[in-house]
Structures are given as C-alpha cells and as structure tokens.
Design a protein around this ligand. Structure first.
Ligand SMILES: NC(=O)c1ccc[n+]([C@@H]2O[C@H](COP(=O)([O-])OP(=O)(O)OC[C@H]3O[C@@H](n4cnc5c(N)ncnc54)[C@H](O)[C@@H]3O)[C@@H](O)[C@H]2O)c1
Ligand SMILES: N[C@@H](CCO)C(=O)O
Ligand code: NA
Length: 445
C-alpha cells in the first residue's frame, strides 16, 4: 500500500502494513477509544485484515492526566501536522464543536484520509460539504456515534432500510435530558442536581445548554431525517424546544394523568402532501408507552417504515465506552473498505422534500389553568378553545377556596391553533394563570 496522503479508495490498500489512525481529541470518548483499541488489538486486526495503529493523538493540553491506556508519547498539540502526515489513513474526530473540527476534517478528507466522527453539531451543520469532500476524494465519512451513542441507528437507516420507505421516526436521543427527567420523576431530584450528575457521568456536552436547550437533539434529528427521507436537512430546519421550562409541578401533573415527560424527537412525512416535519420538544407520554420505560442515559428510537412496519432501537445513548463502541465499529468499517479498495455509501439527498413549518403540524396540548371559581368562567374557557377549533379531550377541576385549578388535555389540532388558544387564555377574564403547557404524544386520538 502506498503512503501517499492523496490516495483515495481507487488505490486499494493491501493488508501488508498496518492502517494508521490519527485521533483528534482525547476526552470522555477519545480515551475510551484508545483503551478499547488497546484491549482488542489482535481481534480488530483479524476483523480488518491488517493491524490498526494509533499514529498520534491531538490534544489541547498534553499535561492533563488521562487513562493509563493513553501513551503520552503519542500526544501532540499540532493537529494540522498530524492530519497531514503521509502515514495516516484514518482520522477519528472526538473533539466536538464546529471549528476547528470542520477545517480539520475537510483537510483530512481532501488529503485522502477516511474520517470517523462523533460530532453531531458539525454533521448537522456542514454535513453536505463534508460528504462532497469525501466523495471527491473517494474516501469514507462515517458518524454512527453522533446519534444515539452505542445504538446502531445510522447504518440501519443508511443501509438496511435503503430498500424501504420510512414514514416516521420517533424517539429519545439525548441521554443528558433523559437522565435529568428520569431523576426528577423518580427521585424528586432538582433540575440542577440531576444536570450536575449527568455531567459527572460524562453524558453532558462541554456546554450543557446544547443538551438542555435541545440543540444536541435537533442536530441528531437533522442527521436522522437526512438519512431517513433522503433530503438535505440541517439543524436550522428543526423546530426546537428544550427542557428548561419543565417544572416539578409539570412532572407531578403528568403523573396524575398516568403520564411521564420525555424529551422527544419526531421526524415524519406529512400525511397529505410531499414534505417532512421535524421537531424536538418535551412531551407527556402515557406510562404504558414503550418510551416511558427508557430511563437515565438510555436512548430509544422507533422507526416506522412502509414494508418493515415498526422497528425499535434501544441502548446506551451516551457515555465514554458506549460511544467508543460506535466509533470503533465505524473505524473497522472504513478500515475494511480501505483494505478492499472500496468506498461505503455516501450522502443520499435526491428527494429534496420541503421542510414544513411547525404551525400546521398536528399535536395535542396539556395545560393547567388557575381560574376564579365563579359562574361563566368554565364556559369562557371552553369558548376560547372553540374559537380556534380546538376540541377538549379531558378536563379535571379541583376547587381551591375562591379559585379552581383546571387541568385540560386537548384532542390533536394544528400547533398554531393550540398556541393561539393558550395566548387567548392568558388574557381571559377569570383566568389567573396558565401553566404546565406541555405537548402530549402517544395517546390514541
Ligand atoms: N460523551 C458522550 O457521551 C458522547 C456521546 C456521543 C457523542 N459525543 C460527541 O463526541 C465528541 C467528544 O465528546 P466528549 O464527551 O469526549 O468531550 P470531551 O470534552 O470529554 O473531550 C473533547 C476533547 O477534545 C479536546 N479538544 C477540544 N478542543 C480542542 C482543540 N482545539 N485542539 C485539540 N483538542 C481539543 C479536549 O481537550 C478534550 O480532550 C463531541 O462531538 C460529542 O458531542 C459524546
Ligand atoms: N450529550 C449527549 C451525548 C451523546 O450524544 C447526550 O447527552 O445525549
Ligand atoms: Na449510534
């Protein structure tokens, strides 16, 4: 095999020398990648057909204490020089963020290296540019670890389901927010306590607002939708709400209704016209729903395809070792491709379906009203719903002296009609406060 840095998949590697890996970043995920590469060296060599060796690891601070598996001799602060080395075949990126990761990966791909990344923010923002660079150089760009951690999801979407037509993807794809909601529900932990625990366990992003405010889930939704619907999608196409507004009272109200609150991603074809809707937001789901039992940093994704029917993918969505498993699966795949002189499937975006706005998307709402307990208030509240053609599924009233609390759940309606109803209720005479506005999913209409 040549060590020419410009070699792509049309110049097959032979199995007569090791494939050499440059790793960028060595934090929670990177240090586990190094550990597992060390433990499984012989087996991985047998699976690929040639040994895998680490050529170098680019880090920001070489003095930082890392796991015993990380050979300090391999550390460098010069990522550009490491990527440019002629004896590097594969670049693993576990740094995160847009820059300098984007520039590094473009230069790796352009110089004929195959790339494995765990970086959903980057793939959901510049995925097409990176795919174009990979296609032009005849090399692979794989990123299974970027979505739902250890769970094989992207390869099934990209390969196993390539002969089917996917209608809907629904799931939990952020471990940190699922951990927080689980702890708030099960142990009564505060939001701040649960977030601190998720950080200590290595689940949270470097800036946890990426998790809390839904950016991480929106990036994953974009990557899923691009693969599921063969359509170019970026993070900006995804309607996004985080879990920052979910209160202990909302969780208690959900429990009284036999529900729990989960942060969901929903990507689906529009029922009546070409187009897809993409959203991430907290939602109440019945405790009997299979997603309700997905606890802590586990993720689960339902895929509904025309011929296959419903499929469920479940497993650890975050954490060093689970994520490293997905990274190494991709490393083996791209290494096998290099040995065989071939290239895996690239981007498929031929369908170019329009992305639909949130307004016409059909959802249901749960909401709680503090009202004055006097004649006519309930009728006025019902009138606000009727004005927007929103039908009420259930209402529960509890008296509180001169006041009453109404807990309402609507039937499905256009999201714009539901939010306009809430705005009307906020200024309605006799309504003191509107709270607990949470969408409801997974209930038969
Ligand atoms: N932790 C998880 O559970 C998990 C799961 C799936 C995907 N990911 C993704 O994996 C990537 C890494 O996550 P992590 O949890 O290991 O993060 P981390 O913060 O633990 O590690 C990131 C590493 O990159 C290094 N780094 C940052 N900027 C650098 C620079 N300019 N030059 C050299 N090194 C630099 C940091 O020093 C650190 O060692 C992110 O894209 C993240 O979204 C993480
Ligand atoms: N911060 C992410 C890591 C896994 O992508 C999460 O909590 O899901
Ligand atoms: Na995955």
């Amino acid at each position: 095999m040549t060590t020419d840095g410009g070699r792509g998949a049309d110049s097959p590697a032979s199995a007569d020398r090791p494939l050499r890996i440059a790793m960028l970043g060595c934090g929670v995920v990177g240090s586990e990648v190094v550990r597992l590469l060390g433990i499984h060296t012989d087996e991985l060599a047998a699976r690929v057909g040639t040994p895998l060796e680490i050529a170098g690891i680019a880090v920001r601070d070489p003095g930082r204490v890392r796991g015993a598996a990380v050979d300090r001799e391999l550390l460098t602060t010069d990522a550009d020089a490491l990527i440019a080395r002629n004896d590097v075949d594969i670049v693993i990126e576990v740094v995160g963020g847009i820059e300098p990761a984007r520039t590094w990966l473009l230069s790796a791909l352009r110089s004929g290296k195959s790339v494995v990344s765990a970086n959903k923010a980057l793939l959901a923002t510049h995925g097409s540019t990176l795919h174009d660079a990979a296609a032009a150089a005849g090399v692979d760009l794989y990123y299974e670890a970027a979505v739902a951690g250890a769970i094989p999801l992207l390869r099934p979407l990209r390969e196993s389901l390539a002969g089917d037509r996917i209608r809907r993807v629904l799931g939990i794809v952020n471990g940190t927010t699922n951990y927080i909601l689980t702890r708030m529900d099960e142990t009564g932990a505060s939001f701040a306590e649960a977030l601190a625990e998720a950080g200590e366990l290595g689940y949270a992003e470097a800036d946890p607002s990426a998790d809390i405010d839904g950016f991480d889930a929106a990036a994953k939704a974009a990557i899923i939708a691009q693969l599921a619907f063969h359509t170019p999608v970026t993070i900006d196409d995804v309607y996004r709400e985080g879990i920052g507004a979910v209160t202990a009272a909302d969780i208690a109200s959900a429990r009284e209704l036999g529900c729990t609150i989960k942060a969901l991603v929903i990507a689906e074809r529009a029922g009546d016209r070409p187009g897809i809707s993409l959203r991430v937001h907290p939602a109440m789901i019945p405790r009997s729903h299979p997603l309700a039992g997905v606890r802590e940093a586990f993720n689960a994704v339902f895929v509904e395809a025309e011929a296959a029917g419903q499929l469920m993918f479940y497993g650890r969505g975050a954490g060093g070792a689970p994520t490293a498993s997905a990274v190494l699966g991709d490393v083996v795949a791209v290494a096998r491709n290099r040995v065989a002189g071939r290239q895996g499937p690239g981007e498929s975006a031929y369908a170019a379906l329009p992305i639909l706005p949130m307004g016409p998307t059909v959802t249901s709402y749960h909401l709680q009203l503090d009202v004055t307990d006097k004649a006519g208030v309930l009728a006025a509240v019902a009138g606000a719903f009727a004005r927007h053609d929103v039908s009420i599924r259930s209402v529960r009233q509890d008296g509180r002296g001169d006041d009453a609390s109404l807990v309402l759940v609507t039937h499905p309606a256009a999201d714009a009609a539901l939010s306009a109803t809430v705005e009307d209720l906020r200024v309605l005479d006799g309504v003191r406060a509107v709270s607990g506005v949470v969408r409801v999913e997974g209930v038969e209409s």
